[in-house]
Write a protein that binds this ligand. Structure first.
Ligand code: NAD
Length: 381
């Protein structure tokens, strides 16, 4: 562990132990505002690397509409190669209006699905944090939302969205549709382990969501999560039925720390959780997969929003969801909790300062995308 001198010439001058990490990151700006917001997220990553002494190795690739224009396909083989080589991928957004009416398999969004599949990311993490400056942006009363800080962990590659048999057959009154909800013990176990690992770095509480009063799949889910919990005696586990969870997210959202659930329940609950935080320009997400030999989790980090063609190229896009996604990357893929906290703390400072983009209704002249990115860097110090 190398030693380095910090802020020489000041009163704070001191010898400090510093662990240098190599951060191999692929940046896929994509389309529309994706390009603008990832530029700011990269600016912030560079500031963090400089401040904490990490070795940032950035590469850039093509995904989505721009990839179709340049290579004829939304997910070029070169992008797949770069993604497999990197420890983590930062994505902007994909989608261009000119592809709105083409067949689904030729659309930019197909590139995103192919990327997720290629990386094998099986857990989707949605941090939901209520920033004080944005309490009024939530449709709930301030006292309900204040202090909310949770992560919803959704299983991403199994469950009813992928189970077979599936399809529609027959006709007339007997025309029938079927989908199959299916999970193996291994699929449940790996996503639950991720939830417990996350909880260890937070308030040490996991809430598992199921429908075990009706579904056999949920009964297995509950048994497996209970078994996994035995390896984490320092983390509290509770179970909640999905219908009650939907209610508690509104009635008492502060009770949740890490919420873990299957694909379809997570899809619905994570959108409900998103509303607690206010603007779409604030919502970050992470999709995390297996561990690399380096110890880093394979991860794909992206804002929840799309390419917003209505404001693209105008410097109006809020970059905080992309910057929040970069913070999630530091924490989940690289285990750099202090660095991640420096970024989320800086986001909070910028929100409190009112130097924000138009979507957050600042009191004075709205800041541009680049000004917000710069302000976050300054707040990191
Ligand atoms: P969108 O999220 O791009 O935009 C919805 C609305 O929110 C727009 O009014 C937009 O101006 C605003 N908005 C979004 N992000 C913002 C930000 N950071 N700052 C300020 N305002 C912001 O959704 P859409 O309009 O339905 O879709 C546009 C394109 O994006 C489509 O091609 C769609 O398929 C694609 N899309 C991609 C992703 C992705 O890449 N993950 C996600 C959703 C939509």
């Amino acid at each position: 562990m190398p030693l380095r001198l910090r802020r020489p010439g000041t009163l704070e001058f001191r010898l400090e132990r510093q662990k240098t990490m190599e951060l191999k990151i692929l940046v896929l700006p994509g389309d529309g505002i994706g390009v603008e917001v990832t530029a700011e997220a990269v600016r912030v990553l560079k500031r963090v690397a400089e401040k904490f002494g990490h070795d940032l190795r950035l590469t850039e690739g093509l995904l989505g509409g721009i990839a179709i224009h340049k290579t004829g396909t939304p997910f070029p083989p070169e992008t797949e190669r770069l993604a497999q080589e990197a420890d983590a991928t930062l994505l902007g957004a994909v989608g261009l209006p000119e592809f709105d009416n083409v067949a689904p398999e030729k659309r930019p969004e197909r590139g995103l699905l192919a990327l997720r599949k290629a990386l094998g990311v099986y857990a989707n993490l949605r941090p939901v944090k209520a920033y004080t400056a944005l309490l009024d942006a939530s449709p709930l009363k301030n006292d309900r939302v204040e202090g909310v800080d949770m992560i919803i962990v959704r299983e991403l590659t199994g469950g009813i969205y992928y189970g077979t048999p599936r399809g529609i057959s027959g006709e007339g009154a007997t025309e029938t549709a079927v989908n199959t909800m299916k999970y193996t013990r291994a699929e449940i176990e790996r996503v639950c382990r991720m939830a417990f690992e996350l909880a260890r770095k937070r308030r040490r509480k996991v809430t598992s969501v199921d429908k075990s009063n009706v579904l056999e799949v949920s009964q297995l889910w509950r048994r497996v999560v209970t078994d996994v919990a035995k390896d984490y005696p320092d983390v509290e586990l509770d179970h909640i039925l999905v219908d009650n969870c939907a209610m508690q997210l509104i009635l008492n959202p502060r009770r949740f720390d890490v919420v873990v659930t299957g694909n379809v329940f997570g899809d619905i609950l994570s959108d409900e959780g998103a509303v607690l935080a206010g603007s779409i320009g604030m919502l970050a997400s992470a999709s995390v997969g297996p561990k690399r030999p380096s110890g880093a989790y394979v991860g794909l980090y992206e804002p929840v929003h799309g390419s917003a063609p209505d404001i693209a190229g105008q410097g109006k896009a809020n970059p905080l969801a992309a910057i929040g996604s970069a913070a999630a990357m530091l924490e989940y893929s690289f285990g750099l909790a202090e660095e991640a906290a420096a970024v989320t703390g800086a986001i909070e400072k910028v929100l409190n300062s009112g130097r924000v983009t138009a979507d957050l209704n600042p009191p004075g002249q709205p800041a541009t995308t680049a000004e917000v990115g710069q302000a976050v860097c300054e707040a990191i110090g």
